[in-house]
Design a protein around this ligand. Sequence first.
Ligand code: GDP
Ligand code: MN
Length: 385
Amino acid sequence: MKIHEYQAKEILDKGGIPVPKGVVATTSEEAAAAGSELGCSVVVKAQVHAGGRGKAGGIKLVASPEEAGAAASELIGSNLVTHQTGPEGVPIRSVLVEEALEVDRELYVGMVIDGSAGGVVVMASEAGGMDIEEVAEETPEKIVRIAIDPVLGLLPYQARKIAYSLNVATDQVRPVAAMMSKLYDLFLSHDCSLIEINPLVATKDGRLLAADAKLNFDDDAMFRHRDLAQLYDPEQEDPLEAEAGKFGVSYVRLDGDVGCMVNGAGLAMATMDVTFAAGTAPANFLDVGGGADDEKIAQALKIILSDGNVAKILINIFGGILRCDVVARGALIAAERAENGMPPMVVRMLGTNADEGRKLLEESSLNVTLVDDLNQAALAIKALG
Ligand code: GDP
Ligand code: MN
């Protein structure tokens, strides 16, 4: 789950990590008032769940409260398109009005769960700022990576190593090392999947502040963070992904034309591979989960069909707790409700009540190709063109 920059900064502030003074505003009047309250040059920052705002015109440095108001009225209500959003962008509903910093250096600090390292990896670079992606691509040696042992935690020498790698002034080594420990504690206590401070600004007057902050949380841990769960902002998400979330269906929109409905995340990924093997591409990842009923199947198919790119459907079900006849009934309900009809379907069903499920589909008026294995599924998808 993602949150806004201003929310991430509140969390950092509580965790003892210095952030610039700032005020959130949802109107240009509020932004102007925030500007006068801060009483200095300010930056007006579009609050969206996407990075790359600076390059997309979402960050404006202004000299007066009037200019802050004007910048806010330009941003609020518009959509920001960055390299991390789709072409339609994401809506700006608020801005963060923040004291402008006199930047001496822009550093990068990040922490992420790394599956291959089996824990949190801390990343740091002297070359922070808006071009960090290029740095990672072209001069990866400029990014220091340290894997943290989950049992030992971030050790003091590792925190110091990060501080040295950032080449901070001698008197900043201790504060930076302390900041890294606090960040790591925060990462664990909030069940983060990612923390990114880019830039961590070293100011001309010798301060170090998190000028930008990104915090992502592990969705599966949200049940134990009621306060954080409230920060969920569905407007910033893909509307279909948000809809799927309401039904407890894992759905990720992709750009192919084969709508995939599968139970189990691993099988869902294998099914996407099958569509590629057929020379086509998946329109989505979808794991309908274990205990689905026919209504949930129908809702999952509705979400798949809401994507205008979908021209055919591949259903791949290994019936266990989820019975194949329930899936077939769900598909029939979805077909009845589908305004533009149901596109041709390739269906592989195995396991509990597979015969009954197949029979229901066979006897329906739907355009269904029943297959027994994934090879046949690929061929059948290919045959649909
Ligand atoms: P992002 O592009 O979405 O990552 O947004 P950031 O919050 O990182 O802002 C982009 C860039 O704006 C930063 O890398 C800085 O160069 C610049 N910036 C942000 N805040 C300030 C500030 O207070 N003062 C100055 N001079 N530049 C800033
Ligand atoms: Mn940034």
